[in-house]
Design a protein around this ligand. Sequence first.
Ligand SMILES: Nc1ncnc2c1ncn2[C@@H]1O[C@H](COP(=O)(O)OP(=O)(O)O)[C@@H](O)[C@H]1O
Ligand SMILES: [Mg+2]
Length: 225
Amino acid sequence: MSVAISVRNLTKHYSRQNDSITVLNNLSLDINSGEFMALMGPSGSGKTTLLNIIAGIDQPSSGSVNVFGNDISAMSEAQLSKWRANNVGFIFQFYNLIPVLTAYENVELPLMLTPLSKTERRQQVENALAIVGLADRTKHTPNQLSGGQQQRVAIARAIAMDPNLIVADEPTGDLDKKSAHDIMELLSKLNSDFNKTIVMVTHDPSAAERATIIRHLDKGDLLPL
Ligand SMILES: Nc1ncnc2c1ncn2[C@@H]1O[C@H](COP(=O)(O)OP(=O)(O)O)[C@@H](O)[C@H]1O
Ligand SMILES: [Mg+2]
C-alpha cells in the first residue's frame, strides 16, 4: 500500500492575547492510500484541527503535511484553495448546505469554481446525487429533506469533483441511529467501491467500527497503535 498522507512533526499553536496554546504537539502520522481512518478522542483534543490541516483548511505552525505527493504545508492560500477544490471533499456535522439552494444547486456550487462547462457540471452533479441515492430529490431545498438526506446531499457535494480524499468531521453527530447507519454505509461504499481515502472524526464507536483503522488523539498527542 502506498502512503497517501504523510504528516511530520506537526505542531499547531493558537495565540490569544498574550497566551499561546499548543493544540497539536509534534505529531507524525501516515495514512495509506485507500484507507478509511477514524480519529477519536475527547473534546478539545485537536481532532478538528488535525483534520482541517490535513485538508488544507488550516495551516501548521511548524512541521510538514504531504497529501498525494503535494507538500500542502508549503502552499500559499491561493494555491491551497485551488488544490482543495480539486482534491478534497468535505463533510461536516451540520451539513453546511445553503438553505435557499436546491439539492442540485448545492452540489453544483463547488463546481462553479472550476473550468467545467454547464453540461459537464450537470453530468457530475447527477452522477453524485445518484451515488448517494437522491436522484429523485434534486429540486428539494434542505428544509424539505430529512437530516440524513441533507447529509447525503452534502456527501454528493463532497464527491462531485471526484476527489481522492474525503474528510468528515463527526458526520453522524447530528443524526438518529438509522440515518447514521445509512451514512456510514455510504462512506464505506465510497471507500471500498470508489477507492476514496477517508479521514473521519467521530465520537460514535459504531461509526468508528466501519473504518479500516482507528487512531486516538489525547491533548494534542496521537496515541500509539
Ligand atoms: N481558531 C482557534 N483559536 C484558538 N483556539 C482554538 C481555535 N480552534 C481550536 N482552538 C482550540 O484548540 C483546541 C482543540 O480544538 P479542536 O481541534 O476543535 O478539538 P476537537 O475537535 O478534538 O474537539 C481546543 O482547546 C480549542 O479551544
Ligand atoms: Mg471537533
